[in-house]
Ligand binder design. Structure first.
Ligand SMILES: Cc1cc2nc3c(=O)[nH]c(=O)nc-3n(C[C@H](O)[C@H](O)[C@H](O)COP(=O)(O)OP(=O)(O)OC[C@H]3O[C@@H](n4cnc5c(N)ncnc54)[C@H](O)[C@@H]3O)c2cc1C
Length: 278
């Protein structure tokens, strides 16, 4: 399908991009990799009057380590995140679609889009990452406050996500388990786990993120509580994973019923926790 007509600008600075966005009003949209926005426009599910392309804005790409934190530019593509040695985030980015999508789609675009079926939002939630946003001023939004509803985030219409701050989580093991029908599909359900072992081998801390189990990415808090402070043996992990779907209302879709998704969440949670505890 052909999208409705729109204007296009590719500013050369962040300030120019913000001005263009402001001047374009509520029908103006930021364009990053275009791999979520353009399909929506072609299907006529989105019809922005102006696209403000960030590709020429300097300083929005790359990964730097800074004080126990990775600072990831919003325009860093999934392929670069996959190669950056970021543990869980790199493992998850490597599973996104195919090389073409991974080389165009960006981490900032994925978080700003807020699709609960995308891989990076649940990773950001589990890692307790935050995003830096520029608009009238600058503010930081923690991942737990970013995802509001299906394809809806707390980013303002005239704000640009510039950076993702990802705690380095040194000392944590990680596991990523994604279930899809074909290798490069979106997740039917995915589960990410971060586990820190105490000196006695028990679970000092655990964070579990769920993809495609509701209208936003979720934390499996009941499973986390069941495991924190307990032994990381097979039986303890299996018992905690049984609670992975507690409180979730996954949507039915062409691939899976809600019950099947809950089953997948439990199985994938066990596998992700086993992987993270090795
Ligand atoms: C065939 C195909 C398969 C895919 N499979 C997967 C998959 O398995 N897993 C997965 O996670 N994703 C998948 N994707 C989506 C892909 O990862 C997208 O790249 C990503 O979701 C959006 O990133 P983008 O840079 O392309 O954003 P865009 O499409 O450019 O933008 C998406 C939305 O975010 C807004 N936005 C973008 N950047 C910013 C910013 N810096 N500040 C403020 N707002 C911003 C835009 O205005 C728009 O509303 C797939 C896409 C395709 C086409």
């Amino acid at each position: 399908m052909i999208p409705v007509q729109f204007d296009y600008v590719a500013p050369e600075s962040l300030d120019e991009a913000l001005s263009a966005l402001q001047a374009g009003g509520e029908d103006a949209k930021v364009l990053a990799g275009g791999h979520s926005l353009l399909p929506l426009m072609k299907l006529r599910l989105a019809a922005p009057s102006l696209l403000v392309d960030l590709r020429r804005v300097p300083g929005l790409r790359g990964v730097e380590r800074d004080n126990g934190m990775f600072r990831i530019g919003a325009m860093t593509c999934h392929a670069d995140v996959a190669q950056a040695g970021l543990g869980l985030a790199s493992a998850a980015a490597a599973t996104i679609a195919d090389p073409q999508v991974r080389n165009r789609g960006t981490i900032g675009g994925s978080l700003a889009h807020g699709d609960p079926a995308s891989d990076m939002p649940a990773v950001a939630l589990a890692a307790e990452a935050s995003v830096i946003v520029r608009g009238q001023g600058e503010r930081e939004i923690v991942a737990a406050d970013l995802f509001e509803d299906f394809l809806t985030t707390t980013l303002g219409d005239e704000e640009i996500l510039t950076e993702v701050r990802l705690p380095a989580l040194d000392g944590y093991g990680f596991g990523y388990q994604k279930f899809n029908r074909r290798n490069e599909d979106w997740a039917m359900v995915a589960v990410c786990a971060l586990v820190k072992k105490g000196a006695d081998g028990s679970c000092e801390d655990v964070r579990i993120g769920l993809t495609h189990m509701g209208s936003t990415p979720l934390r499996a808090t009941a499973a986390e509580q069941a495991l924190r402070g307990r032994g990381l043996d097979a039986r303890g992990i299996a018992a905690a994973a049984e609670q992975a779907a507690e409180g979730t209302e996954p949507p039915a879709d062409l691939n899976a019923s809600p019950d099947y998704k809950r089953h997948l969440a439990r199985v994938l949670c066990r596998r992700a926790l086993e992987q993270a505890s090795q």
